[in-house]
Design a protein around this ligand. Sequence first.
Ligand SMILES: *[C@@H]1O[C@H](CO)[C@@H](O)[C@H](O)[C@H]1NC(C)=O
Length: 278
Amino acid sequence: MKLVILLCLCGLISTQAGVVKEGNECTGVTINGVYYDAETLREGLDRPYLLAVDYSTNNLYFSYNVKENEDFFKSARLNLNTKEFHNIEDISNGFAQTVDQVTHDVYIGGSDGIYKYNFGENKAELIGEKGSNIWSLYFKDVLYYSVFPAQFLYILEDGQGRRFVDLEDTKVDQFVIDNQDDIFFSNATGLFSQKKGTKDAVLYLESPVLRSLTTDKNGNAYACLQDGIYTIKKSSTSLEKVLEVDDAFGLAFDVDNNIVYSDATRLVRLKVNKHKKC
Ligand SMILES: *[C@@H]1O[C@H](CO)[C@@H](O)[C@H](O)[C@H]1NC(C)=O
């Protein structure tokens, strides 16, 4: 049933969580007493997924489904300053995106390998795992990736993959590393944290409908579940909802550390508006 709940930030329990305001003026959300305008960046997309922002160009990379009732994906980029949109055509089934924020290299995983994407020339070059169906990519110091359907985590070095030893005994779905070298990862069992360099996983949440994990510009970890966006509270080993979203898919932060998220059809940015009293 396709309801008109495009930005469903409704029905909230927690006072800290985002709340939709009535009336024409206040169509954004309030989080922790701060008002945000909700800006639709693009709509009419089928499940925009695995969002990543290159802070050097403020371009958002993501993938979305391009065939109705089938899973066939395409990577695309959207300039967060101008909203200019481009499909990335020369990667078959472009699915996973990540950015090295130091060198500003953009990596994209498709159904036949890992590519490095050249923004200036709009060209992609195969750099590893030729012929493999890439499930996830994540860059922090090195390029981590997993391959479908096995979902074990590897590190790509000089075109060669090797297992990431910290997580060699487990399947990995989503994966990030925060600013304190805490790994957060999910698999069919749950959402876990593990200090990098150790093998001791701590359970945060059992079998969540987790859509993505990400870090903000300061390296703090966030989780996107089907029902909204959560901060990860390490002191209490728990998640705290900051924004209710109906059928959320992806999450990233832009160069100004604004939340950018996707639901089943749209990409939305929340921008702080200090002048509005809502
Ligand atoms: C998920 O990770 C946890 C912690 O490492 C592990 O105990 C569990 O077996 C893993 N589940 C799967 C399906 O790999």
